[in-house]
Design a protein around this ligand. Sequence first.
Ligand code: ACO
Length: 355
Amino acid sequence: MTIGLDDVVAAETGLSHVDGEAGRLIIAGHDLEELAGRLAYEDAVALLWRGLVPEASDPAGLLGQARARAYAHLAPLGPRLAGLTPVEGMRLLLASLLDAEEDHPSLVVGAAGVAAAMAVRGAQGLAPVAPDESSSHAADILRMMRDAPVAAEEARALDTYLVTVIDHGLNASTFTARVVASTQAGILSSVVAGLCALKGPLHGGAPGPVLDMLDAIGTLANAEPWLDDAMARGERLMGFGHRIYKVRDPRADVLKAAVGRLKGKSNRIAFAEAVEATALKVLGRRKPGRRLDTNVEFYTAILLDALGVPREGFTPLFAAGRTAGWVAHAIEQTRTGRIIRPQSRYVGAWPAEAA
Ligand code: ACO
């Protein structure tokens, strides 16, 4: 029995494949590098949903309409977001759609984009901004979050990010979504559950702490002693290590290249690169033979920071991108008609035998 399910195959999927030895990610039959930075998020959603969701044939129009429909439900909840973190706010907003019995795939993805933007604003005490149906999903999310115009290169960078995180095998949040879907609970419940699993720092909650780490390090001269001390205290270096990748996460390079295209938008990239190199050296020394390398969260932090997203908003944006994947997995799993129900090994006390 494997505790933590490391090598257990719990589902069959046609959505994505992670090759941890080769550092390769295949999404709907394409290498990540063929899609990210080349395809709008809407088109990546259509590709992922092909054969699963009939409405995927016109994703551009659908996500625009979906954002508008979702906003009509969600905008009245704006005042309830004050005092909540963006993840808490996004969870509240998405869960509130349950009452409206909205279980349409595109509506859920549209709602996730609106909810991410609203939750980031709400946490700052700012009122929600209405969507623009005619805009691309990425550009509209950024505009709704900022209430200011978005440059084409910024929209492209966010598109690259959303496509990069659209799906990733049976990661913890996707597994969670599939477990919920396997009970026939519905798409939206599966997505809300996925968000709850994503928020932890060992999964999608890591990119904010990556920036905290870079801030705490402060200067290049301090990088090696700081990282070494952190590891001596038994702390984990955020943005490094992965259950499946034993080499560099291919998403890290895609996002690093996207930050590079945002000329003049990040003053952190050179510093981040230097810290990354030092961290890999320290990890190799402190954990020899563990094959720890950079994961997606490291350059996620640099990219979203360069787009002006506050660090508490990183996880909601991750969730907004991943929602299309959770939806697709929920549909795939629901169709199997089989509940996911593993076993546990009992290590507690046994009742005293009757004499
Ligand atoms: N920093 C320092 N040490 C690490 C790190 C890290 N980032 N990651 C793993 N290790 C060490 C562990 O302490 C352990 O050492 P030990 O065997 O001497 O005790 C060894 O490497 C193996 O670690 P596990 O916890 O068994 O690895 P696992 O596959 O379970 O964990 C995880 C993967 C959770 C991502 C881990 O690498 C981690 O905590 N990373 C930091 C947080 C992070 O970046 N999360 C984002 C992941 S990407 C994503 O989910 C989208």
